[in-house]
Design a protein around this ligand. Structure first.
Ligand code: HEC
Ligand code: HEC
Length: 114
């Protein structure tokens, strides 16, 4: 009984919030995933740059390209793919985090010695 109640509650919540924006992406030009895999990629972007979703997205409109950071991010995705393509083992070696390390602008030089 409790389980049915919880399931019904979850269904109601889903109706209120509408479908997940990850289930049926409208404007992907590079990525080919959807659902949980796409959501995971986006969470990794947040972590790599130390930012929230709205750093790249117009609030409430994920498909929109009106935020110029989204265009930069697309360029970065293809740059990271190019770099990984130079390795001969077919593995992913370089991610957003490799350069960004939780910051918007990667460091060009080592911090001064202590
Ligand atoms: C570093 C920039 C960046 C961050 C941060 C980011 N995104 Fe994205 N997001 C993108 C880019 C770029 C695309 C489009 C990729 C493509 O064209 O293949 C995208 C696509 C999407 C899409 C698909 C939209 C559609 O319908 O085409 C959704 C949904 C989405 N992001 C949600 C999120 C959520 C939620 C977060 C935070 C957890 C987030 N994004 C964080 C850059 C970002
Ligand atoms: C090879 C290193 C490298 C990798 C890998 C990399 N970036 Fe970057 N990224 C940079 C550098 C360097 C800058 C700053 C460029 C500048 O000086 O304007 C930057 C800038 C950005 C910006 C713009 C920040 C701003 O201030 O406007 C975004 C957004 C971004 N990167 C997203 C990503 C995402 C998403 C990924 C992974 C798909 C990624 N980057 C992977 C080096 C990298």
């Amino acid at each position: 009984m409790l389980i049915i109640g919880v399931a019904l509650f979850a269904q109601e919540e889903k109706k209120k919030k509408g479908p997940s924006p990850f289930e049926n992406p409208q404007n992907l030009k590079i990525l080919t995933t959807k659902g949980e895999a796409l959501q995971m990629t986006m969470r990794n972007f947040n972590a790599a740059l130390g930012q929230q979703c709205t750093y790249c997205h117009v609030q409430g409109n994920f498909p929109s390209d009106d935020n110029p950071k989204k265009t930069v991010a697309r360029m970065m995705i293809s740059m990271a793919r190019d770099i990984n393509g130079k390795f001969t083992d077919g593995q992913q070696h370089v991610t957003c985090f490799t350069c960004h390390r939780g910051a918007v602008t990667p460091l060009k030089e080592a911090p001064p010695a202590q």
